[in-house]
Structures are given as structure tokens and as C-alpha cells.
Design a protein around this ligand. Structure first.
Ligand code: E4P
Length: 216
């Protein structure tokens, strides 16, 4: 399972990278705005900076919602750096744009996916990644992780190459549940990743080992 970090914060990306477990980055317009990155030029420069920090795929989202606009933006984003994956929303023109961009060899991430039917369309269109948003489903009293498992099963059944990228992950248990469900990738903020490190028995065990070593 690959680990992507879901942020546009360069310090957090560096920290995850330093840990040695980072495989890529996902961003979205809200995450860019949170870091105060505004204006096309600054946004493009920021994507390139992210690509220079990490070695894997970096998802950059289009703002246009019409086919022509998404193609134009997608091609411009992809031209910024070979690591860029064009993030396209799951709407009718988005499916067409994914089909077009994939046929040109441009990697895509189909975002805002909330049902198995949407995930089937994304795979049929040739998306590199499909992003089911599990936290947002949990927010409306629906089991988000079950959608991840359902998509994994369907894709395996038909040998779809689209990778299941579990998104909208809010806590450490989500990561473990997505791993159990067979997600190819999880993308989440730094904190849930660091949360995986924690166990009280590790802390007390280490404390005792060090105390015993001192006594010896
Ligand atoms: C995924 O690519 C999205 O950027 C992200 O995971 C959305 O997460 P949120 O629901 O916590 O905003």
C-alpha cells in the first residue's frame, strides 16, 4: 500500500518524506487556499516545489468544470512536471476529460467519488487513480471504508488497472481499515500517519530496556 500525504504544506511534506515512507502527494483547491497559495502563477510554482521534494505522483486539481477547460488546464498542469497527476472531478465532462487525457498518456486522479458506480466510470475512462472520500461519507452516517472495499472487489473482478486511492482520511484507524480493505493508496494529513507510530507498550518497553541497560 502506498502512502500519499494530503496537504499543500511544504514542511509537512518534508517531514513525511524524511520519515522515508512517502510515495506521493495529493492536493485540492481548499488545501492550496489553506496555505495561502493564490493566483495561477503561484499555484503552478507551488506544484513544482512539491514535485521537487517528493519522488512520487503529485495530484494537482483542475478548476474548470467543462470538457474543453479541463483538457486545457490538465495539459498545462501535466506539462509542469513529469510527476504531476491531473485531478479531475467525477462529473460528466470530467469522465470525458479523463478518457481524453489518459489517451494522451497523462496520468489522472478522479476525485470526489462517493459510489461504486462512479468508480466504475472512472476506471472505464482509464483513470490512473480513483479517490473515494471515506471521511465525508462517514460524516453523513455512511460507512466510507465499505465503499473502498466494494471498489477494490469490483476492480479485481474485472482486472481494472485504476488504483484505489482512499481519500478524506481523518484518523489512524481509517488507514488500517483501508489497508484491510485492499486500498492501493491512502492519502491523509501528517497526523494520522504519525499516529501509526504510537503504542503505550512500545513506550514502556523501551523505557525498561534503557533503564536495564543503565543498571547493567
Ligand atoms: C483527496 O484527494 C482530498 O484532497 C481529501 O482527501 C479530502 O479530504 P477532506 O474530506 O478531509 O477534505
Amino acid at each position: 500500500m502506498k502512502f500519499f500525504i494530503d496537504t499543500a504544506n511544504l514542511d509537512q511534506i518534508r517531514e513525511a518524506m524524511d520519515l522515508g515512507i512517502l510515495d506521493g502527494v495529493t492536493t485540492n483547491p481548499s488545501l492550496m487556499a489553506k496555505e495561502g497559495i493564490r493566483g495561477d502563477e503561484n499555484i503552478r510554482r507551488h506544484y513544482v516545489e512539491i514535485c521537487q521534494i517528493v519522488e512520487g505522483d503529485v495530484s494537482a486539481e483542475v478548476i474548470a468544470t467543462d470538457f474543453e477547460g479541463m483538457i486545457r488546464e490538465g495539459e498545462a498542469l501535466a506539462a509542469l512536471h513529469p510527476q504531476i497527476v491531473v485531478k479531475i472531478p467525477m462529473i460528466k465532462d470530467g469522465v470525458k476529460a479523463i478518457k481524453y487525457l489518459s489517451s494522451k498518456g497523462i496520468k489522472t486522479n478522479c476525485t470526489l467519488v462517493f459510489s461504486a458506480g462512479q468508480a466504475i466510470l472512472a476506471a472505464k475512462a482509464g483513470a490512473t487513480y480513483v479517490s473515494p472520500f471515506i471521511g465525508r461519507l462517514d460524516d453523513i452516517s455512511t460507512e466510507g471504508v465499505e465503499l473502498v472495499a466494494q471498489i477494490v472487489d469490483i476492480y479485481r473482478y474485472y482486472d481494472f488497472e485504476t488504483q484505489v486511492l482512499a481519500a478524506s482520511i481523518r484518523h489512524t484507524m481509517h488507514i488500517i481499515q483501508c489497508a484491510e480493505a485492499g486500498a492501493d493508496v491512502v492519502t491523509c494529513p501528517l497526523q494520522p500517519i504519525l499516529g501509526l507510530l504510537n503504542h503505550p507498550l512500545t513506550d514502556s518497553g523501551l523505557e525498561k530496556f534503557l533503564a536495564d541497560h543503565k543498571k547493567a
